[in-house]
Write a protein that binds this ligand. Structure first.
Ligand code: C2E
Ligand code: CA
Ligand code: CA
Length: 865
């Protein structure tokens, strides 16, 4: 419906101005029709004209005929007149004397003339012009011509007869409105020699034939003229065509009228209907022809229009196809049933770099190959009619680069009926490369380019599937860098990254091609060494790795030293699945780290037990806090100048319900790792402050603060809170901090320390000499004193080296106005030596072991004594 509307609309658009066939046909048909009409009009007019002409001619003919008839009538009349006038008898009986008996009774000039010839008037005029004898309509009458007819043609007759006295004359008259013929002749003796003429003027004989209505009709009919009559006003109204002939009579004029033959009418009667019929028929025929011609033309136009439309649609679709073909990154191909290229789109050379003609006729299988399936088999698979796709097929560009495309194919038939294949090839090289890149990235560490955890797992699982044996086991090595964290903190992350990068290179260099090194995260690496010949090889490898990693690194003009600890697990000895191996090598690593740096440890079954214990410990640590299993012991700090105890250090003990007394080294690291250190430290702070305020008057107390606590905010607030609740003078509280605390984040550590200083508490560097920092570095922090690590004191006084170091440190400390406390003083010699070095305080078993508060109070009293 809509389509038809559209067509009609369009038809109006391009007709008639644009000259559609229909309009041309219509115009020419109309022209021909009007020509035909004109022709018929002319024909009818001509027919009418012909009819009129025929009529006229027939009328003329009948006129001539009538005139002839009248002449004949006149001639006959004249003949009779002569016969009777040139007759001796007549001369005798009419001129010499009037013998009525001869004339009338003997019927010589009597009624017979009327009866036979219908002569109405017979007059004998004497030489004196007197009417001697007259018969009117066959009856004897005594009337003159003038009396009877009202005419007096005597003079005219005389004149005419005078010209030729032997010949009778005639003329026409009107009598009572009817024409009449008159013939007159002198009565002579004729050839009759017996009658002697008499002198004197002759007598005249006159015959008058009046043409009355009856006679006129009969006269006419004799000549084929019908209804001849004298025209009257009434006769003019006749309902047929009449012919009129005016007659000039002697004394008047009349018009004779008769029915026209009217042959034109007959012609018209026959021809006109015929013509009208024919013209109507022709008109109808023409109209029908025109209609069908118009319909045909319209149909033609419609077809043409539809054709034009479909042609335009086809052109548009072709254009669209071309545009699409040219615009896409796809190229389109067609092959014959042998899979040889028969057509390639314009994009083919643009995308592949190959020339079209170089490939036409060559099989597609030579150009493209697929990993999943042989392309030829795939294309020729029977029973496939729909579009099918094949992804990531390979081909080589003209430049020789490997490229990828997705194929779509569909079998078709050529117009000739042969089987062919047609489809598109979408270049997906970028996509495939991106995918490969994603694949690579998801399997590799961005920083070092080493395989990451995911790749390592895959690799490990692959290797484990091939079943390593006890003779040729697989080793999994967890490696953790020692002293890496400080590098990161001291020299920045850029340097840290560089260290990791260089270490990765060194690790890689240590391994065979079949081995794998992966970065596990942070400064942890995993090495997988499959197919080991003998256990000794791993030992050699570990030695080599330690050696390599210990070589100094040069980064940003710094010489950096790094170490590594390794834990080794073997498959199948220790475990045969990846998760267990990873866990075991990790346990071994943990062991290696706690055993000391730069070493390696093979996993053993009992390690796991220790780990389990550790886990249980963690659990009981939480419970211990709740159930108050912790106690503080105090160790006095002895002022060497004053010679008395001036302060105590609070040291933590855990009375474990199962394991008995536990020392800080056994649980502090765990508390630090689990974050339990904060509540634990809070408890220590509060208890120590409380004890000092209430039980140890005048005594200072120092509390150990873990380095971890410097990484959390809130330390200052917590200390303030402890001071506040215990009401302890801040000057009596000292916090012992290992130098490592400053290393995590020097800036925030400094801020925290300043906050603590602002509270009025003292800050001491604990275990001084074991860390990385120099004294000058620590000068930047607001420390009040140093606690010299017991390892230095231990060598005294016998080791010269130890003595030197201790003396130097004490000297430097004094230079920076720091009080010095020597830890681990166990012998009087050590104490003596320290006194010599002018050490401020000493602490150690020599003076007192750490002890509970109650014991301490007694001890101090004793010492005071
Ligand atoms: P530290 O701060 O160096 O504490 C001194 C350690 O040396 C104590 O061990 C003490 O018993 C021991 N000691 C004292 N005099 C001598 C001696 O003459 N010879 C020898 N060989 N050792 C001596 P302890 O109590 O086992 O504490 C170990 C470490 O645990 C402490 O080292 C300290 O860093 C940490 N610690 C102790 N209590 C706490 C605490 O409440 N909080 C925190 N964060 N750490 C604590
Ligand atoms: Ca301490
Ligand atoms: Ca210490």
């Amino acid at each position: 419906m809509m389509r038809w509307l559209a067509i009609k609309e369009n038809k109006r658009l391009f007709s008639p101005s644009t000259g559609s066939t229909a309009s041309v046909v219509k115009r020419s048909l109309l022209f021909m029709l009007s020509l035909l009409g004109l022709f018929f009009l002319i024909a009818i007019l001509a027919l009418l004209r012909i009819a009129c002409d025929i009529n006229n001619r027939a009328d003329e003919q009948s006129k001539t005929l009538l005139q002839k008839a009248l002449q004949n009538q006149q001639t006959t009349l004249k003949g009779h007149a002569r016969d009777y006038a040139a007759w001796g008898e007549s001369y005798t009986h009419l001129h010499k004397t009037l013998d009525t008996d001869w004339a009338w009774q003997k019927q010589n000039l009597g009624a017979s003339l009327f009866d036979d010839f219908n002569y109405e008037g017979i007059f004998v005029i004497g030489p004196q012009g007197d009417t001697r004898y007259s018969v009117i309509e066959g009856k004897r009458a005594n009337l003159t011509l003038a009396q009877w007819s009202g005419n007096q043609p005597q003079a005219a007759l005389n004149a005419a007869l005078a010209k030729n006295p032997q010949e009778p004359v005639s003329l026409a008259l009107s009598i009572n409105g009817q024409p009449a013929l008159l013939a007159a002749a002198w009565i002579t003796t004729g050839d009759d020699e017996d009658v002697q003429p008499v002198p004197g003027p002759p007598s005249m004989l006159m015959f008058i034939d009046q043409l009355g209505p009856q006679e006129l009709r009969e006269l006419g009919e004799e000549y084929g003229i019908r209804d001849l009559h004298v025209q009257t006003a009434a006769s003019r109204q006749a309902d047929y065509r009449q012919v009129a002939l005016p007659l000039a009579l002697h004394n008047a004029s009349v018009v004779l009228e008769w029915r026209s033959e009217n042959p034109g009418r007959s012609l018209l009667l026959v021809m006109l209907p015929l013509m009208v019929f024919i013209s109507l028929l022709t008109a109808l025929l023409a109209a029908w022809l025109m209609r069908s011609a118009l319909n045909k033309a319209r149909l033609n136009d419609e077809n043409h229009f539809l054709l034009e439309q479909s042609r335009q649609a086809l052109a548009a679709s072709e254009r669209r196809f071309r545009d699409v073909v040219e615009a896409t990154t796809d190229w389109i191909w067609e092959t014959d049933d042998q899979l040889r290229f028969t057509w390639l789109s314009e994009r083919f050379p643009v995308i592949t770099g190959h020339r079209i003609d170089a490939w036409l006729g060559r099989p597609i299988t030579q150009f493209i190959e697929c990993e999943q399936i042989a392309l030829g088999d795939w294309l020729l698979q029977p029973g496939q009619t729909a579009h099918r796709g094949l992804t990531h097929c390979r081909y080589f560009s003209a430049q020789g680069h490997q490229r990828y495309c997705n194929l779509v194919a569909k079998p078709t038939t050529t117009p000739e009926g042969a089987l062919s294949y047609r489809g598109t090839a979408t270049d997906v090289t970028l996509e495939v490369e991106a995918q490969e890149r994603v694949q690579y990235l998801s399997h590799h560490d961005e920083l070092t380019g080493l395989p990451n955890r995911v790749r390592m797992k895959e690799f490990l699982e692959g290797k484990l599937r091939s079943m390593p044996t006890r003779e040729h086991p697989l080793a999994m090595i967890s490696l953790d860098l020692d002293k890496f964290k400080p590098v990161n903190d001291l020299f920045g992350h850029g340097a840290g990254d560089e260290v990791l990068h260089q270490i990765s290179e060194r690790l890689r260099a240590c391994l065979r091609d079949v081995d794998l090194v992966a970065r596990q995260g942070g400064d942890e690496f995993i090495l997988i060494i499959p197919d080991i010949e003998q256990k000794q090889d791993i030992v050699h490898l570990c030695e080599r790795i330690v050696r390599e990693i210990r070589r100094p690194l040069y980064i940003q003009d710094h010489e950096i030293f790094i170490g590594a600890s390794m834990g080794i697990a073997l498959a199948p000895q220790d475990a045969v699945n990846a998760t267990d191996l990873l866990r075991y090598s990790d346990i071994a690593l943990y062991k290696a780290k706690s055993a000391g740096r730069n070493g390696w440890v093979f996993y053993s079954a009992d390690m796991e037990e220790q780990i389990v214990q550790r886990r249980e410990m963690e659990k009981s640590l939480r419970e211990a806090l709740k159930e108050e299993q912790f106690r503080l012991v105090y160790q006095p700090r002895y002022d060497m100048k004053a010679g008395r105890v001036v302060a105590v250090e609070a040291l933590l003990r855990w009375h474990h319900p199962a394991h008995g007394l536990l020392m800080p080294d056994q649980f502090i690291p765990l508390a630090e790792e689990t974050g339990l250190i904060i509540p634990l430290s809070d408890w220590v702070l509060n208890t120590a402050c409380h004890d000092a305020q209430n039980e140890l008057p005048g005594m200072a107390v120092s509390v150990n603060i873990s380095a971890v606590e410097f990484q959390t905010s809130g330390l200052v607030a917590r200390v303030r809170e402890a001071l506040h609740t215990s009401k302890l003078d801040p000057a009596r509280l000292a916090l012992e901090v290992t130098e490592n605390a400053t290393l995590w984040n020097p800036q925030s550590s400094l801020e925290i320390m300043n906050g603590l200083k602002a509270l009025g508490v003292r800050l001491l560097i604990d275990d001084f000499g074991t860390g990385y920092s120099s004294l000058s570095y620590l000068r930047n922090f607001p420390f009040d004193g140093i606690k010299l690590d017991k390892s230095f004191v231990a060598g005294m006084p016998h080791s010269e080296n130890a003595n030197n170091i201790v003396e130097n440190i004490i000297g430097l400390g004094k230079a920076f106005s720091l009080s010095i406390t020597a830890e681990g003083v166990e012998t009087p010699e050590q104490l003596e030596q320290l006194k010599m070095f002018q050490c401020d305080e000493s602490q150690g078993y020599l003076i007192s072991r750490p002890m509970p508060l109650a014991d301490l109070k007694g001890q101090i009293e004793k010492m005071g004594e």
